[in-house]
Write a protein that binds this ligand. Structure first.
Ligand code: DX5
Ligand code: ZN
Length: 217
């Protein structure tokens, strides 16, 4: 499977977001990762569909929208209209997970299901056929720049084994604390998509940082 990098703008210069996305695109990002937080599921609030809709005009890269919200049900159509390409919801959200995934697919968008560090990998198994992406959180959701949790490696491996057993071509994406050192660990555990924020946006040379993640395989 190809290795893909989804550049998370959370710790970028948010006052110059359009330019930061342009920088990530030029440096070779495959997707732009947008962390939507509602202040309930997470402590902080970031941005919503209105801002995502404006960012749609800044890039032709897929918008990888990570909904860290308490109930995504009513928000899904808003992010579809805003131009999101992947819409990822959380298993821990207060929603009917299967219904939300079907709703996203019904709009012709790619589906993602995420689990927090304390949630067992097996919790996504019942939904794998409805998922294009499983997003394993390797930090507590809510902030960029945290340290990668090694426990996520076993979970990546468990999800990859189950997807293979079912014959599913699933993207496994890992989010939080990805850098030159942790990227090889997640790829060899079975992930094929790395979300990287701080490591890319705070690098002196973003392209070199991007390559250092991609070329470890
Ligand atoms: C955390 C977010 C991540 C975060 C990753 O709640 O979901 O996308 O921005 O950022 P880094 O790469 O800084 O850990
Ligand atoms: Zn994220």
């Amino acid at each position: 499977m190809d290795i893909l990098i989804s550049a998370s703008i959370l710790n970028s210069d948010l006052a110059n977001l359009g330019n930061e996305i342009f920088r990530a695109e030029k440096a070779g990002a495959d997707m732009i990762h947008l962390d939507v937080m509602d202040g309930v599921f997470t402590d902080s609030i970031t941005f919503g569909d209105y801002v995502v809709g404006k960012l749609r005009n800044c890039t032709s890269l897929p918008l990888d929208t990570h909904l860290m919200v308490n109930d995504p049900t009513k928000l899904i159509p808003l992010f579809v209209n805003a131009g999101s390409d992947i819409i990822t919801i959380h298993e821990e959200s207060k929603c009917d997970v299967a219904e939300c995934l079907k709703l996203i697919r019904g709009f012709g968008k790619r589906t993602g299901l995420s689990i927090n560090p304390e949630t067992e990998a097996e919790r996504v198994f019942p939904y794998l056929e409805l998922c294009d992406v499983v997003l394993i959180m390797s930090v507590k959701p809510g902030a960029g720049g945290q340290k990668f949790k090694q426990e996520s490696l076993l979970k990546i491996n468990a999800v990859r084994r189950e997807a293979d057993r079912l014959g599913l071509k699933l993207d496994i994406e890992v989010d939080g604390g990805i850098n030159q050192t942790t990227a090889p660990l997640v790829f060899s555990a079975g992930a094929n998509v790395a979300v990287a924020g701080t490591y890319l946006f705070k690098a002196d040379d973003m392209r070199a940082a991007m390559d250092s993640i991609r070329n470890v395989v």
